[in-house]
Ligand binder design. Structure first.
Ligand code: PLP
Length: 404
């Protein structure tokens, strides 16, 4: 290409970022677009967090690869208050949980089972590392956890093909479905992981945004502490995704310590240490001061109301929608109205539907195929990432109405 005798390896832009760019192009043309494709809370950064970040802006040096002692102690406290007693030595910080997940997959060095559907990057990261993402369907209404019944069979069959399956990823609560798996399902997943010798990577980045009454995250780290890595970040609950700070909690025991050493090796070659001012702000945030707890409470209530309203509208239009339980996503299945969509709009796939919603209704969403769902299913992920004005509410109503 150009004056070079080779082309760079083709790597597509992550679907969530690509939809953002499509929305930005529309806006540049003067079209008002409701951005429902990208996973971001519709709350501002809390001023107390900004204050902490600013107070540490003179920290310019590199820190320890694992993260500062203050941050690791604070995160250990955060997990300990959630029923997972944690030593600070089990914590590794990084510039967001996305790179931490990539580094973990690199350290594990084998193939990985991911839920279908699941967050866009698990499968993409595995592929970048030359590993195979093995997609295993989730139970209806229990997104984020590969069905334990199907998991063992999928692992056995992949191994029979010569694949070296080493890990399974779960998301609690889930992106894209906005649902939360039951404790029973998680316990059964842990049993299969134990039988099959798998590490469990539990992505709990939306943990503090569970809004279904009476529900709490059944972390696999509670039931299989010797093999579960948990990750989280400030990106979703405190809307600080652009500040780039994530943390991993490594498993107990000898395997956990070996994995930590490997992870630190990978981290030391890629990011050296997480941004120092941000580590200072994160140490404060994971300490859960009352003003931030209240801020997250408000965000949780807001997302409960918005996701319920959006889900109701889609259901009224004839789509099949699971009741939102956490995070800020709604994942309607337009299968039940596929004939009307095909007859009236020529819509046959989720990609067609996504295109229609953006072009006709000015609403940016992601197709289920981005999350590893079959394209024909016409599923579409909606992230109600903003407070809606009357205008926006009307457009939501219009897009959720049966095709004319
Ligand atoms: N995990 C899930 C399920 C997500 O939805 C996201 C963000 O979209 C991430 C991880 C990555 O978050 P970050 O790298 O900002 O910590």
């Amino acid at each position: 290409v150009g004056s070079l005798p080779f082309a760079p390896r083709p790597v597509a832009l992550s679907a969530t970022l690509a939809v953002n760019e499509a929305i930005a192009r529309k806006r540049a043309e003067g079209v008002r677009v409701l951005p429902l494709g990208f996973g971001e809370a519709g709350i501002p950064i809390h001023p107390a967090l900004t204050r902490e970040l600013s107070s540490a802006s003179d920290r310019g040096g590199y820190g320890p690869v694992a993260g500062s002692a203050a941050l690791r102690a604070s995160v250990a406290g955060y997990w300990s208050r959630r029923g997972l007693p944690t030593d600070p030595s089990a914590i590794v910080a990084g510039p967001g949980s996305k790179p931490l997940l990539y580094a973990l997959l690199s350290s594990l060095g084998g193939d990985v089972v991911v839920p279908a559907p699941s967050w866009v990057s698990y499968a993409a990261q595995a592929s970048l590392l030359g590993a195979e993402p093995i997609r295993v369907a989730t139970k209806r209404g229990e997104g984020g956890v590969p069905s334990p019944l199907l998991l063992a069979d999928a692992v056995v069959r992949a191994r029979a093909r010569g694949r070296d399956v080493r890990a399974v990823v779960v998301t609690l609560p889930d992106n894209p479905t906005g649902t939360l798996a039951s404790e029973d399902t998680v316990r059964r997943l842990c049993a299969v992981a134990r039988d099959q010798g798998l590490v469990i990577i539990s992505d709990e980045i939306y943990r503090d945004l569970v809004h279904a009454p009476g529900r709490a995250v059944p972390s696999p780290a509670l039931f299989a502490p010797e093999r579960t890595v948990v990750t989280t970040a400030l990106s979703k609950n405190l809307a600080a995704g652009g500040w780039r700070l994530g943390v991993a909690r490594l498993p107990d025991g000898p395997f956990g310590r070996a994995l930590r050493d490997s992870l630190l090796g990978v981290a030391s070659e890629i990011w050296s240490s997480a941004p120092a001012p941000m580590q200072h702000a994160a140490a404060y945030a994971f300490g859960e001061p009352p003003e931030l707890v209240e801020h997250i409470d408000r965000s949780r209530r807001l997302h409960a109301a918005i996701t319920a309203a959006v889900a109701d509208r889609f259901a009224a239009a004839g789509a099949r929608v699971a009741r939102p339980e956490g995070a800020f996503y709604v994942y309607p299945d337009f299968g039940p109205i596929r004939d009307a969509l095909a007859a009236n709009h020529g819509v046959r796939t989720a990609a067609d539907l996504t295109h229609l919603l953006l072009e006709r209704y000015g609403v940016g969403v992601l197709p289920g195929s981005s999350f590893g769902d079959a394209p024909a299913l016409l599923r579409t992920r909606v992230a109600p990432s903003q407070l809606y004005g009357d205008d926006d509410a009307q457009r939501l109503q219009a897009l959720a109405s049966p095709a004319p």
